[in-house]
Design a protein. Structure first.
Length: 183
């Protein structure tokens, strides 16, 4: 047998697998697969450990021992994809990136104050991702290109999301009886 190759498992082999044996058999495969899917990454070693834990917890429910190698590969791929999806959701513009609120000044123009409070209520009804994007573009020095660079997506994607958010905002403003005449 060539070093690094391992024979196919039987039912008795699976029954005799301990966490130590599972680690010895699959840790290097999992690490190599994660490396190939993620490349150089700070969370790579942690992800390998998460996959090994998932394998330790789930291998007892495997019906066909001949499928163990493929099952481990699939668990690895699923965990890497889940990490990538999780990173995408974290990369959207957030309200935390906005500068801290300053104490409001006294507004002597009561009509403008009333309109502003109605607009705030409309903005609060938007989905969180749309609200964060609109606020970042309208009330901070951020640009579409800088938001795209920060979130790791294409500028056209941010433009499309901004257009969708602005359309939603305008649609909600038109439904407000006070703001409808101002748009």
């Amino acid at each position: 047998m060539i070093e690094g190759q391992q024979r196919e498992l039987t039912v008795q082999d699976v029954a005799a697998l301990t966490p130590e044996r599972l680690h010895a058999r699959y840790a290097w495969r999992i690490a190599r697969r994660v490396q190939s899917m993620l490349g150089s990454d700070d969370e790579r070693e942690d992800l390998v450990q998460e996959v090994l834990i998932a394998v330790f917890q789930g291998f007892g429910g495997l019906r066909d021992p001949a499928c163990l190698d493929g099952w481990v590969a699939q668990v690895t791929a699923n965990k890497v994809r889940a990490l990538i999806r999780h990173r995408r959701t974290r990369s959207h513009a957030s309200l935390e990136a906005l500068p801290e609120r300053q104490m409001p000044s006294f507004q002597s123009n009561l009509d403008a104050r009333f309109l502003a409070s109605r607009a705030v209520r409309v903005i609060d009804r938007l989905p969180a991702s749309d609200r964060a994007l609109l606020l970042a573009l309208w009330f901070s020095p951020a640009t579409l290109d800088s938001i795209a660079a920060d979130s790791g997506c294409a500028p056209i994607t941010v433009r499309r999301r901004f257009s969708r958010a602005r359309t939603r905002f305008e649609r909600l403003v038109r439904r407000d009886p006070v703001l409808a005449g101002r748009v």
